[in-house]
Design a protein around this ligand. Sequence first.
Ligand code: 5GP
Length: 192
Amino acid sequence: MSAPSGAGKTTLGRSLLEREAGLQHSISYTTRAMRSAEQDGVDYHFVSREDFQRMIDKGEFVEWARVHDNYYGTCLADIERLCSQGHDVLLDIDVQGAEQLRARGLDAVFIFIVPPDMEVLHQRLQKRDTDPPEVIATRVKNARQEMQQASRYDYIVINDKLDEAVQTMHAIIKAEHSRAQRVMPKVRRLGV
Ligand code: 5GP
């Protein structure tokens, strides 16, 4: 899933993980500084720029991108391990990362989260109270650019009321499990 900053993606992701027993979050690697409420190995694996570069060189990322002056990446081995354990894997990645996954042709479902309107997005960014006004202005500008990518996704979820958005995400996951191409291997095992 991708969303512009302030669309409520983190809260939505957390609620979804609580609701979906089979869903696991892939913990990304990042070079950004840890925020006070965050934990290393829980929210992100916080690594140095050098360690991140080493992982790029070794081809350990299935995708990586520079976002807001920091680097973020998804470790291929992590998602392979979770998938082999039978989990669905939730990736919280930016539009550049999603584009890389699309290019790789992975069996992935791309969901874009949007705020109900730009005013709500602005308010959510202000309420966070962590960023100065000029940073908020940049984030709103970036959000507009990122939202132009929404049509490249399989689904767009409007995050107006959290409960409804979580239900919609749940419905998408359910429906995707029933996609013929995913179920056919099971049908074939029935000897059809
Ligand atoms: P934040 O620093 O606020 O946690 O995240 C900033 C942005 O980085 C968000 O848009 C988030 O989706 C994106 N991001 C987080 N992890 C990854 C990742 O592993 N890969 C990519 N491409 N983007 C990520």
